[in-house]
Design a protein around this ligand. Structure first.
Ligand SMILES: C[S@@+](CC[C@H](N)C(=O)[O-])C[C@H]1O[C@@H](n2cnc3c(N)ncnc32)[C@H](O)[C@@H]1O
Length: 198
């Protein structure tokens, strides 16, 4: 599945002007906060990590799935990719200047969300930008097949931006902006910009 996903996502940012703009703004915010290492958490096959690197950021990826990390290393030789979980981030306190989680929080159940956002806060420097992308909605579902018909057992949680923003505030972030993606389409999403409070 990881290899099929890597095939599908290789050019996944092409034709995505809003995502590209969000990533460009995130890069500017990281530079404006002094620059430094940026963690792409739940990086999958690493196309966003590589894009951030091409934007001039010192980006590296972390993913729970060893197969995804293997695919990321193969797709982007020379970039750093580590196996790890966002529930126990293998990062020292205040060690990253920015953190991005693009459509990876969608696999985190509600009861685990505060702990994960706490991990993001712990790893980020005070004032460090956080960028979250996720599916919006009110339902969750068990995905049993995908990415070329492969069998899988993955829960996907959709959330409303206001709920995620509230969880971010509770975890010690200031929410600075939100972008709604395809709000009238069949797979709406959102990108939230937040910043670690001191
Ligand atoms: C839908 S993919 C998104 C991949 C990539 N960020 C993107 O934008 O295409 C979700 C990724 O989150 C990873 N993931 C799920 N739970 C995770 C966890 N607890 N810690 C780190 N990564 C996780 C999965 O292995 C998968 O690669």
């Amino acid at each position: 599945m990881a290899d099929s996903y890597a095939d599908q996502l290789r050019d996944g940012l092409d034709g995505q002007p809003y995502l590209l703009a969000a990533l460009a703004l995130f890069a500017e915010l990281v530079r404006g906060a002094g620059g430094g290492p940026v963690a792409d958490v739940g990086c999958g096959p690493g196309h966003v990590t590589a894009h951030l690197r091409d934007s001039g950021l010192d980006a590296f990826g972390i993913d729970l799935s060893p197969a995804m990390i293997e695919a990321a290393r193969r797709e982007h030789p020379g970039l750093r990719f580590d196996v790890g979980s966002m529930t126990a981030l293998p990062l020292a306190d205040a060690s990253v200047a920015g953190l991005i989680a693009f459509w990876s929080l969608v696999h985190v159940p509600d009861h685990a969300l505060p702990g994960v956002l706490g991990q993001f806060r712990r790893a980020l420097r005070p004032g460090g930008p956080l960028l979250l992308g996720f599916h919006t909605g009110d339902s969750s579902r068990l995905k049993t097949a995908g990415y070329g018909g492969h069998a899988m057992k993955v829960y996907v949680y959709r959330r409303q931006p206001a709920g995620v923003a509230a969880a971010l505030r509770d975890a010690g972030f200031a929410v600075e902006a939100q972008l709604l993606l395809g709000p009238d389409g069949s797979l709406p999403g959102a990108v939230l910009f937040a910043r670690r409070q001191p």
